[in-house]
Design a binder for this molecule. Structure first.
Ligand SMILES: [Zn+2]
Length: 381
């Protein structure tokens, strides 16, 4: 919901930007038109005089002063400076520490210190781009230029200057991204079951729990929030679960996050500090929720479907970021990382927590909890 509002805001504020015309163009293309036709249309539209002025501006050499954070080797770019110079826009939520960044019709989403880049709802493996905060403002790693904007840069370390040329060709090549995005709120329960039917159970011989607190939407009072996904415990899935229980990738996909170096909360005091923040703001901020998920692996599948596997005990050493996986690939082993059981190191509360997202939205958000549970029970019998 939040994302839709933000998108609308951007469309109305990106005045004078070449890509602003694209949504209108798309509506004129008849149903069934191929991507190829689509890009031809856009090429033809480069000719009108209207666009020439902004083209010249975009072709100019861009130069940015980079910013450093003490104790951190990476250097960062101010999101405000980047959007001002390139003609984009952004919204930074300082409670969630999440950033939505729009440049030339492409929407990026980042969460503080989460090593994943979301582009138009699809997650891209990149552990080199991180969102940081300096004096309350958002900053992204300089690699954002190369991996997010797909533009090569040069960096002069002595002068702390990063420069690149912002070219129309790059923007034109983006035109087809994000256009296959599905409005999941338009799918009926049976259509959603069909949409997700390519996924296998993450744990062999396990069936999805029927315990309400293990399912989406259940309250989570300790962190002032609600449950976003599915919990797979031994006692409620019909299979034994230990730290030797392998978790499988569920379908053909690409690994987009591997928390190989994850450090658990060192003490209850520090974990409680995060929970206190959730108590103060009245919900679980996104960056805190990410920590509470513990050691994670994320896998991106086709059609915008993405799975987050959380609370892992361990991850196979050979599993790599960007690796292609299939339903048989072991992506990790069940654990309790991120939970209070992990702080106590007593092995309690072992379970897999798993979230399913479609183009960045939790799959169950358009449905009643009953419908969401129905979808899951049909998918993972
Ligand atoms: Zn859970």
């Amino acid at each position: 919901m939040k994302k839709c509002l933000i998108t609308l805001f951007f469309v109305t504020t990106l005045v004078g930007c070449q890509n602003q015309e694209q949504p209108e163009e798309q509506t004129e293309i008849p149903d069934g038109a191929s991507n190829q036709n689509n890009s031809n249309n856009e090429k033809n539209n480069e000719v009108p005089d209207l666009n020439q002025e902004s083209n010249n501006v975009e072709q100019e050499k861009q130069e940015f002063k980079t910013h450093s954070i003490e104790g951190d080797e990476e250097v960062y770019l101010s999101v405000e400076e980047v959007t001002e110079n390139l003609g984009g826009d952004y919204e930074y939520n300082s409670t969630d520490k999440s950033l939505t960044l729009e440049i030339e019709g492409r929407e990026f989403y980042f969460v503080y210190e989460v090593p994943v880049m979301e582009v138009d709802g699809v997650y891209i493996p990149s552990d080199e781009i991180t969102l940081k905060e300096i004096d309350g403002d958002p900053y992204v790693s300089k690699e954002f230029i190369e991996q997010g904007l797909e533009t090569e840069y040069t960096y002069e370390e002595e002068e702390e200057l990063l420069s690149f040329t912002w070219e129309d060709e790059v923007i034109d090549a983006w035109a087809s991204t994000g256009q296959t995005e599905v409005d999941i709120s338009s799918l009926s329960v049976s259509e959603m079951i069909e949409y997700l039917s390519f996924l296998q159970e993450p744990i062999e011989n396990a069936s999805v729990s029927t315990v309400e607190s293990h399912l989406p939407g259940a309250p989570r009072i300790y962190r002032n929030g609600y449950h976003e996904g599915i919990d797979w415990y031994g006692y409620s899935t019909g299979t034994e679960i230990t730290t030797d229980t392998p978790i499988r990738a569920m379908a053909d996909g690409v690994v987009v996050r591997v928390d190989a170096d994850f450090d658990d909360y060192p003490s209850h005091e520090i974990r409680n500090e995060d929970l206190d923040v959730a108590g103060e703001v009245g919900y679980t901020p996104e960056y805190i929720l990410d920590r509470l998920r513990g050691k994670q692996v994320w896998v991106q599948y086709e059609d915008g479907v993405m799975s987050r596997f959380a609370h892992l005990d361990s991850i196979p050493e050979e599993l790599e970021l960007g690796q292609k996986v299939d339903e048989e690939t072991v992506i990790g082993y069940v654990g309790n990382s991120g939970t209070s059981g992990a702080v106590d190191d007593d092995g309690s509360g072992l379970h897999l927590h798993q979230d399913l997202l479609i183009y960045g939205e939790l799959f169950w958000e358009p449905y009643s909890l009953e419908e969401a549970h129905d979808i899951l029970s049909q998918l993972f019998r």
